[in-house]
Design a protein around this ligand. Structure first.
Ligand code: ASP
Ligand code: MG
Length: 601
C-alpha cells in the first residue's frame, strides 16, 4: 500500500464529465489499496476568467485582492471532486490551502511555500478518506491568516510540496499531454515522448518543460527526492518519470526558500584554449570542434561571442592531459580561418593558458533569482579573484579563474552560500543517460553587449549586481578573450542575454552605468533565438558539441554566441533561423520518431 499524491490540472477537471472521470481514476487507485491525496487546479480557464474580471474593474488591481479572487477557482473544483467521489461511495473531504496549513511567505501573487502542516491530512487519511486539496494557494504565517497564491501554474508546486511534506511514495501529475516530449511538437511534429528525464535536465530545459510542469515543482522534487511522473488524464499510458538523485535529508522548514545553491564544485585540472578573431560565418565552430572530436578530445566549457570588426572569439577548456592535442588542432586550423569580409583582421590567433581552474555553484533555486549569480561574482570580487570566463545555465554558474586562486575562491563561496558538506570535484555522472535528451528553443531573449569593460575583480559583480537589483535575470554570459589595453587598463567586451521584455530597461540602466564606470557602448540586439540541447549523458563524451554545430553549418545557420554547462549546450542564432535550427538539431541527434505527435485539442 502506497501513499500517493495525484494532481489534476485545469483541463482535467474542466467539466462535470471530466470531474467524474477524475473521480473514477482516484476511486480505482484507492481500491487497489492506496492512500490518496488529490490536488486540483481551477476548472478549465477559470483563473484566466478571474484575471479578466479584475482587469475590467482596475488596471492595476491590488495584489492582496487578486489572491482573494484567484484562490476561489480551486475552491470550486475541490468541492466538486469531493462530491463526485462521495457519489461513488468513496469517503472524501476537500480542504483549502489554509485549512491544510500550507504556510507561505506573505508575498501576494507569487508566494513561496515555507512549510506544510501534515496533521489534518493524516487524520483524514487514517479515517479512510481521500483528501482533496486546493492547489496554487496558501496562507501567510498563522497570526495574520492572509490568503496567498503561488503564481500562475502553481498547483504543480503545491502537489509536489505536499508529497515532500507527507513523504509520499510518489507524486503523479495528470495533464492534457502524454508526458514530456523531446521538443515542442508545434514546431517539430516528429517530437517523441520520453520515458524518463532527470530533474536537472528538466530544469535546464525550463523553457521547454515549463509548459508541462512548473519549474518550482521540479525544484522541490529534486531537493527532496520526490519521485514524480507526468501522465495523461485521458489514458493509462505510463507517462514520463522525472527522476532525482537520493534526497539529501533536507529540513522541511522553509521548504522553498532554504537554499538556492546546494553545491560548490571545482576543477583545477583544466586548461584553456582560445581562438581569437575567427570569421563570423556559418561552419567555423563546426569545423573546429569537428576536428577536435575526431581527435577524441572532450571539451568542457565552450564560449563564443562576436566582437568588434565582426570577428568571433571562441574559447574552450579541456582536461590538462589532453591540452597538447587540443592546442595542435587549434593551431592547425587557425591559418585556414582567415576572415574574407575583413582581411585586415588577419589570421585567427591561438592562445593557451594552463594554470586555470573552474569553480561552479549549482542548485535548483537559482532559476528566476538573479541575485544568486550576482552574489557569486561579488563573493569572488571581495576575495580579489579575477574572473576569466563565465558560463551560466539554469541551475549552474561556472567561472574560470587562475588556479592559484582556486582554494581561496572555493572557501569564500562555501562561506557565502553556507555550504558545509564537502565540496565535490567536477566529474562524470555514474548513471548512463542519453547524450541528448531534448532540444529547446527560446524566442523570447535579447542580446546585450557592453564594449570595453575593465578586466579586474569586481566588474562582473558590479554589472550583474545592477541587473539583479532590478530583478532582471541574465541567461548566457560571455566575456571576450581578446583584451585591449586602454590607458594602461586592460579591457574586454562582455555579452549576455536577458528576457526580451527586460531588454530596453536593462540597456537604459547600463548606459547610465557605462557613463559612471567608464565602460564603452551598450549594444542591443532583439532579433535573436536561443537553441539548447540538454542531456546528462554528454558529460565526458567528445563530439556532442561538434554534432550540434555541424547540424547548424549544414543549414548555413550562423552561430552568434555559444555557452555550455555540463549537461547543456546553447547557441544564439538570428531570430528568423530559430525554428529551422531547432528542427535541424532535433533531427541530427536522432530524436525524431517515425510517428508525428498529434497535439491534443
Ligand atoms: N489555477 C492556477 C492557474 O491557472 C494554478 C494552476 O492551474 O496551476 O494558474
Ligand atoms: Mg498547469
Amino acid at each position: 500500500m502506497a501513499l500517493i499524491v495525484q494532481k489534476f490540472g485545469g483541463t482535467s477537471v474542466g467539466s462535470v464529465e471530466r470531474i467524474q472521470a477524475v473521480a473514477q481514476r482516484v476511486y480505482k487507485t484507492v481500491k487497489t489499496g492506496n492512500s490518496l491525496v488529490v490536488v486540483v487546479s481551477a476548472m478549465g480557464k477559470t483563473t484566466d476568467g478571474l484575471v479578466k474580471l479584475a482587469t475590467e474593474i482596475s488596471k492595476n488591481p491590488c495584489r492582496r485582492e487578486m489572491d482573494m479572487l484567484l484562490s476561489t477557482g480551486e475552491q470550486v473544483s475541490i468541492a466538486l471532486v469531493s462530491m463526485a467521489l462521495q457519489e461513488l461511495g468513496q469517503p472524501a473531504i476537500s480542504l483549502t490551502g489554509a485549512q491544510v496549513g500550507i504556510v507561505t511567505e506573505a508575498e501576494y501573487t507569487r508566494a513561496r511555500i515555507l512549510h506544510i502542516e501534515t496533521e489534518r491530512i493524516f487524520k483524514h487519511l487514517k479515517e479512510g478518506k481521500v483528501v482533496i486539496v486546493a492547489g496554487f494557494q496558501g496562507i501567510s504565517r498563522t497570526e495574520d491568516l492572509e490568503i496567498t497564491t503561488l503564481g500562475r501554474g502553481g498547483s504543480d508546486t503545491s502537489a509536489v510540496a505536499i508529497a515532500a511534506a507527507l513523504r509520499a511514495d510518489f507524486c503523479e501529475i495528470y495533464t492534457d499531454v502524454p508526458g514530456i516530449l523531446t521538443t515542442d511538437p508545434r514546431l517539430v511534429p516528429e517530437a517523441q515522448l520520453m520515458s524518463e528525464i532527470t530533474c536537472d535536465e528538466m530544469l535546464e530545459l525550463a523553457s521547454l518543460g515549463a509548459k508541462v510542469l512548473h519549474p518550482r515543482a521540479v525544484e522541490i522534487a529534486r531537493n527532496y527526492g520526490v519521485p514524480l511522473v507526468v501522465r495523461s488524464s485521458w489514458t493509462d499510458d505510463p507517462g514520463t518519470w522525472v527522476t532525482s538523485p537520493q534526497a539529501k535529508g533536507r529540513s522541511l522548514v522553509n521548504l522553498e526558500i532554504a537554499r538556492s545553491v546546494d553545491d560548490i564544485a571545482f576543477d583545477t585540472e583544466q586548461a584553456k584554449v582560445a581562438l581569437l578573431r575567427v570569421p563570423d560565418k556559418p561552419g567555423v565552430a563546426a569545423r573546429l570542434f569537428g576536428e577536435i572530436a575526431r581527435q577524441d578530445v572532450d571539451v568542457d566549457l565552450i564560449i563564443q561571442s562576436i566582437h568588434e570588426g565582426n570577428t568571433n572569439d571562441i574559447a574552450f577548456t579541456v582536461m590538462t592531459p589532453i591540452l597538447n592535442k587540443a592546442e595542435a588542432v587549434a593551431a592547425a586550423i587557425a591559418p585556414v580561418l582567415r576572415s574574407q569580409k575583413n582581411p585586415e583582421a588577419g589570421e585567427a590567433e591561438v592562445m593557451v593558458q594552463h594554470n586555470i581552474a573552474k569553480v561552479s555553484i549549482a542548485g535548483a533555486g537559482m532559476i528566476g533569482r538573479p541575485g544568486v549569480a550576482a552574489k557569486m561574482f561579488a563573493t569572488l570580487a571581495e576575495a580579489g579573484v579575477n574572473i576569466q570566463m563565465i558560463s551560466t545555465s539554469e541551475i549552474k554558474v561556472s567561472c574560470v579563474i587562475d588556479d592559484e586562486e582556486c582554494d581561496r575562491a572555493v572557501a569564500a563561496l562555501r562561506q557565502a552560500f553556507e555550504i558545509d558538506t564537502p565540496q565535490t570535484r567536477h566529474g562524470a555522472s555514474l548513471h548512463p543517460h542519453p547524450l541528448v535528451r531534448g532540444v529547446a528553443l527560446d524566442m523570447n531573449q535579447a542580446r546585450l553587449a557592453i564594449r570595453q569593460v575593465q578586466d579586474r575583480p569586481g566588474t562582473a559583480a558590479k554589472l550583474f549586481g545592477l541587473l539583479a537589483d532590478k530583478n532582471i535575470s541574465v541567461d548566457m554570459i560571455i566575456q571576450s578573450q581578446r583584451c585591449h589595453v586602454v590607458g594602461g587598463v586592460p579591457k574586454r567586451d562582455i555579452a549576455f542575454t536577458v528576457a526580451r521584455m527586460d531588454a530596453e530597461a536593462a540597456q537604459e540602466m547600463l548606459q547610465q552605468a557605462a557613463v559612471e564606470y567608464g565602460w564603452g557602448e551598450v549594444v542591443l540586439d532583439k532579433a535573436i533565438a536561443k537553441v539548447s540541447i540538454v542531456g546528462a549523458g554528454m558529460i565526458g563524451q567528445p563530439g556532442v558539441a561538434a554534432k550540434m554545430f555541424e547540424a547548424l553549418a549544414q543549414h548555413h545557420i550562423n552561430i552568434q554566441m555559444i555557452t555550455t554547462s555540463e549537461i547543456k549546450i546553447s547557441c544564439v542564432v538570428s531570430q528568423e533561423e530559430g525554428v529551422k535550427a531547432l528542427q535541424a538539431i532535433h533531427t541530427a541527434f536522432g530524436l525524431a520518431g517515425s510517428e508525428t505527435f498529434v497535439i491534443p485539442a
